[in-house]
Design a protein. Structure first.
Length: 306
């Protein structure tokens, strides 16, 4: 049986139509006519014997078969673009847009200050930075890379661990003067907690001691938030305790505004990762940004070796 080559062009067009949700928008972006887009999808469906996109006069929607095929179709499109871009960029200056996702507080505090030096080195690269504590879908949302401070659970993504970050239980000296300084995690049930809802600790705090073993506690909760940095003003004002990553409180600890509580008890640290879509092919503009971020963030005062 003669083997047929896949219709790569039609798969790439299908991916773009699905991403944009419109035949006409895909045609404009790709510089093709509406009939060309429609014929490519029809040709692909005829080849497969399946309907990938349900069409009505007002909208389109992916069928179940279309949803199943979409991730690999996007990968075909991305890898085709990456191959062409990589070939062109090998002999030219890196240029173009790089889409980056990063946690809000980390992006403001640490990406913003180091990007100007990157722009000086690579003046033709544009960084499209989306700051949010939401975990984005890199492939579906079209991101080139993401910075994540967490344990990774998506094995389909490529990742590069940059450093380890310690977590500390902290409070203001004024809070400890009023409520007392805990000497054991069990005493925290009598204290007010400021809780970051995006982490793994949430309402249960876990501590480990080299001689006393592990201890878990559920403190009384004064405040919940999906952004940890918003707790700092309340912490400094003496309104409770919180477990915070070192990058967020090291200046306040040095200045005496916050105190590390239970310093002999440790909390499982976090890791800072660069996460990338599964394709091993990356445009040069993306690779130089990855290398730059890895080198710069490893120098941070809170960064620990892996």
């Amino acid at each position: 049986m003669k083997r047929r080559l896949p219709d790569l062009e039609a798969w790439a067009i299908f991916a773009r139509v699905a991403q944009l949700g419109s035949f006409s928008r895909a045609a404009r972006e790709l510089g093709l006519s509406d009939p060309t887009i429609s014929k490519a999808i029809t040709r692909l469906e005829a080849r497969l014997g399946l309907t990938l996109i349900a069409r009505t006069s007002r909208r389109i929607a992916l069928t179940d078969a279309g949803h199943v095929a979409l991730e690999r179709a996007i990968r075909i499109l991305d890898e085709g673009e990456a191959v062409e871009e990589e070939a062109v960029e090998q002999a030219s200056t890196p240029r173009g847009r790089v889409r980056v996702s990063a946690p809000l507080s980390f992006g403001v505090g640490y990406l913003g200050p180091i990007l100007p030096r990157f722009f000086e080195t690579y003046p033709e690269i544009v960084v499209d930075l989306a700051l949010s504590d939401r975990k984005v879908d890199l492939v579906a949302e079209g991101f080139d890379l993401a910075l994540r401070i967490a344990s990774l659970d998506d094995s389909s993504m490529l990742s590069r661990r940059l450093c380890t970050m310690r977590l500390f239980l902290v409070a203001a000296p004024s809070y400890l003067e009023r409520h007392g300084t805990p000497s054991h995690p069990a005493e925290l049930v009598r204290h007010q907690a400021l809780i970051y809802t995006g982490g793994s600790l949430r309402d249960t705090w876990r501590f480990a001691h080299p001689f006393l073993g592990e201890n878990t506690v559920q403190p009384a909760i004064r405040m919940w938030s999906d952004n940890a940095e918003v707790h700092n003003p309340a912490l400094i004002a003496g309104q409770g305790l919180a477990i915070q990553p070192e990058f967020m409180i090291w200046r306040e600890v040095q200045a005496g505004k916050l105190t590390i509580v239970l310093p002999e008890w440790s909390i499982t640290p976090l890791s800072l990762h660069l996460v990338m879509p599964p394709s091993p092919l990356r445009p040069k503009r993306v690779q130089v940004l990855i290398d730059y971020l890895a080198a710069e963030l490893a120098k941070a005062p809170w960064a620990m070796e892996n």
